[in-house]
Design a protein around this ligand. Structure first.
Ligand SMILES: Cc1cc2nc3c(=O)[nH]c(=O)nc-3n(C[C@H](O)[C@H](O)[C@H](O)COP(=O)(O)OP(=O)(O)OC[C@H]3O[C@@H](n4cnc5c(N)ncnc54)[C@H](O)[C@@H]3O)c2cc1C
Length: 559
């Protein structure tokens, strides 16, 4: 019998701890080796990478999470049960320790063999994946991780790192310095300055002061198992919906694919509280849930994911192409998919940066909504994302002021959202209005906005502003390698036709014209919001990611 602190809703079905049938065990047996185990033997421990997978045939294996306060029992596996959680397919470091407590026999196989097995066996794939995901959810809900964060709600990087951990599904314990005075006193005694918050204790050993996402990812070993020297079939830059789709199709069709993401998987969609117009989700799906599912799917097929690292340059003078990372490392690939998307334009307000994360937010998810409580909030923008944020926040805020610079909601806003906004008594629209001033001391306290219709400025005691106005492509790292339009979006396919006058910067070297979605560089494709002519929708980004892989195969066949 296995035990595990799963959320109560999952207890009844016990899908986190299924007992494998004889038929299932015999399929595992074919690709694993039999091992006799003795009490006290350690099968895996925290920080181990690429840990093996075990099916218990007899005896007992207990799984614990060592912490500063002792060991937490996480699971007790007996005959028919199997070990592992999401790290089994992500290849990341183990969070827990597996120890034999009663002698017996286990089947053992490597993580690579497990990934091969699930890619080819739908029944086992479903059983294992469901259990791994549920087990990870249980670890998150109990904060059973290898990380403690001491942070403050008045600190932008605390918010950013919490989102980074949440979106990477990494369990952690959070200590709020605003309410836990003992911890604050402890930090004072160690002379930790305000600018060094948040303080992160990683693996119970390393102490990081106000770390970057890159430092955090490295400390947690998120990318430790990724081989950076091999020349890959494909590197995908950006893990928004288009990049994740490209990863799923590339890996499932046998390409050796690596996705590089500067932050966390999900992209802009990951900051959406509810996407209601994506095919197959009639009641909507949160961007984070969609991203988490897509990530697991891509990893199940063998795609590798590097997070917390920004691509700073494409070296396009020779093939294989080379991708330069923010730490100077260089990775090579025969083909590239650029899915680096877009980011919100920041309104030209002098002290905007001072309040980022302390009243100015660029995403409206559960974490930000918790910070606002029932206070009045402002959403800036007239497009789909602003509309969605306004509707979401109206459920908790006492009032949402929607500030729109133009004289109406954007033509790109979906009709269902327009109706929800106009029917919602909690949302007040302010047309032809923009923010001209922010005031506060450390935390935003007041907002000044200017109404062009009346020509008047007014000051409002509002402490939370969500900026979601217009987006620019993230193409700064391409520096002349591929042809862009005048706004910096990447030109592809027929847009590169000589007749359009948009001549590629580097001479097109092949006798054939660029394929659909192909940039002015052969075998380099652009998909989703970064592409000129994109339609700013999750479905189209996903569609383009899938199509691009079909075209990558053709381009690789030319080599
Ligand atoms: C709040 C919000 C709500 C939305 N709601 C909807 C909706 O309901 N329905 C709908 O259809 N669409 C919606 N959209 C639009 C939709 O999310 C986007 O069209 C979609 O996310 C585009 O996907 P993408 O993969 O092309 O780019 P993005 O989502 O922008 O992802 C790009 C990724 O690339 C990464 N990246 C960028 N540069 C680099 C680099 N140099 N190195 C490494 N990584 C890099 C980024 O961190 C990011 O994760 C919404 C957008 C927002 C912001």
């Amino acid at each position: 019998m296995s035990t595990w602190p799963v959320p109560s809703a999952l207890d009844s079905s016990n899908q986190a701890f299924p007992v494998l049938s004889d038929a299932q065990i015999s399929r595992v047996r074919h690709v694993s080796k039999l091992r006799k185990v003795m009490p006290g033997e350690i099968l895996f421990q925290p920080n181990d990478t690429e840990i093996p997978f075990f099916v218990v045939l007899s005896g007992i294996v207990e799984v614990v999470q060592p912490s500063l306060t002792g060991e937490h029992n996480v699971a007790t596996h007996s005959a028919g049960h199997f070990t592992g959680e999401i790290t089994m397919i992500s290849g990341q470091r183990s969070l827990v320790l597996g120890r034999v407590t009663q002698a017996g026999e286990v089947l053992e196989m490597s993580g690579d063999d497990l990934r091969l097995l699930v890619a080819g066996d739908a029944d086992l794939s479903e059983t294992f994946l469901r259990a791994f995901i549920l087990r990870r959810l249980a670890l998150i809900s109990h904060g059973y991780g290898d990380l403690i964060m001491l942070g403050s709600r008045h600190c932008a990087n605390t918010l950013h790192l919490r989102e980074f951990l949440g979106r990477n599904a990494h369990p952690y314990t959070y200590i709020d310095l605003d309410t836990d005075k003992t911890s604050q006193e402890l930090l004072d005694r160690f002379h930790v300055k305000t600018g060094e918050v948040p303080v992160v204790i990683c693996n119970g050993q390393t102490v990081l002061r106000n770390p970057s996402t890159q430092q955090l990812a490295d400390c947690l070993g998120f990318n430790a198992s990724i081989n950076q020297t091999q020349v890959r079939d494909l590197i995908i830059v950006g893990a928004g919906p288009s990049g994740l789709a490209a990863a799923v199709y590339a890996a499932s069709e046998g390409l050796d694919a690596l996705v590089i993401e500067t932050d966390s998987p999900g992209g802009q969609a990951g900051s959406s509280s509810k996407i209601e117009n994506y095919l197959g989700f009639p009641t909507g799906v949160s961007g984070q849930e969609l991203a988490a599912r897509a990530l697991t799917q891509a990893q199940k097929f063998g795609a590798r994911m590097m997070v917390g690292h920004k691509v700073t340059e494409l070296k396009c003078g020779h093939r294989p192409y080379e991708i330069v990372l923010d730490n100077g490392n260089i990775l090579a690939a025969r083909a590239i998919v650029i899915s680096s998307g877009a980011q919100y334009n920041k309104p030209p307000i002098a002290n905007l940066k001072e309040f980022e994360g302390k009243g100015i937010y660029y995403g409206a998810t559960y974490i930000e909504s918790q910070l606002c409580g029932s206070e009045e909030v402002i959403v800036v923008g007239g497009g789909n994302s602003a509309g969605q944020a306004a509707v979401y926040l109206s459920q908790t805020a006492s009032k949402v002021h929607l500030l729109i610079r133009s004289s109406g909601l954007s033509e790109t806003m979906s009709r269902y959202l327009i109706r929800r906004i106009t029917d919602n008594p909690n949302i007040e629209m302010h047309l032809r209005t923009e923010i001209v001033g922010l005031q506060g001391n450390g935390q935003l306290d007041e907002v000044v906005w200017f109404d062009r219709a009346t020509g008047e400025s007014s000051t409002h005691p509002i402490r939370h502003v969500f900026v979601m106005a217009g987006a620019s492509p993230r193409t700064d790292w391409l520096r002349g390698c591929v042809a862009l339009d005048d706004k910096g979006f990447i030109l592809t396919g027929r847009d590169l036709d000589a007749s359009t006058g948009l001549v590629p910067p580097s001479a097109w070297s092949l006798p054939r014209p660029p394929q659909m979605l192909e940039t002015s560089l052969p075998a380099v494709f652009a998909v989703g919001d970064v592409r000129a002519g994109n339609v700013k929708r999750v479905a189209s980004a996903v569609g383009e990611g899938a199509i691009a892989i079909h075209l990558v195969h053709r381009a690789l066949a030319e080599l």
